[in-house]
Design a protein around this ligand. Structure first.
Ligand SMILES: [Zn+2]
Length: 188
């Protein structure tokens, strides 16, 4: 039933993270993606930025970003579990294209976890990168976001207008060029 709201806009503003989480089917410890799968076996996820832009990203890269933080430029998100459809952040780790080898998986992967890569370690920061990314990619009103993240509305507005946290750019998630061609086929 159409809303009689004063704006006349009855389209619901969708929370992309909520929508993302609804497409996960947990099987064992893997979180299998039930959305679209590309021809290489990776899940894909459509995202809107602002009001008009729509684009697609890899589901596992999106999962990494919302759960662990931004993917540094040039790095890949690799699977520990040999399941390209899996988006469980605990099964994902960062590596370079060259790391995408058996050697990397068998020797070096665990070292990546302790590596402080993200700016949220700044003690003055009230938010972490993942939260800022959620704010930037959300279409919700500033007031709603302020309540959700327990910060002021003006802080949300500054983030949305790119006055602060400029280095967090949701579109970076969407780069497809970093994706390894044989990402998970190399274990064992
Ligand atoms: Zn998995």
């Amino acid at each position: 039933m159409p809303s009689k709201g004063s704006t006349g806009n009855i389209r619901k503003r969708e929370d992309p993270i909520l929508r993302f989480n609804q497409k996960i089917y947990k099987q064992g410890s893997c979180w299998n993606w039930t959305g679209s799968i590309n021809n290489k076996g990776y899940g894909t996820f459509g995202l809107s930025f602002g009001w008009r832009e729509y684009t697609q990203t890899y589901a596992h890269r999106y999962s990494y970003t919302i759960n662990k933080g931004l993917i540094p430029k040039g790095l890949c998100v690799l699977h520990k579990c040999d399941n390209t459809k899996c988006v469980n952040p605990d099964h994902l780790f960062l590596g370079t294209m060259k790391d995408n080898t058996q050697d990397m998986i068998s020797k070096g992967r665990d070292k990546l976890w302790g590596n402080p890569m993200y700016g949220e370690s700044n003690p003055a920061s009230k938010l972490n990168t993942a939260q800022v990314l959620k704010i930037k990619s959300s279409l919700d009103l500033s007031g709603t976001l302020a309540k959700r993240f327990g910060v002021s509305k003006s802080l949300i507005k500054m983030i949305k207008r790119n006055k602060i946290w400029k280095h967090v750019k949701p579109l970076e998630v969407l780069e497809k060029t970093n994706e390894p061609k044989n990402s998970v086929r190399s274990s064992e």
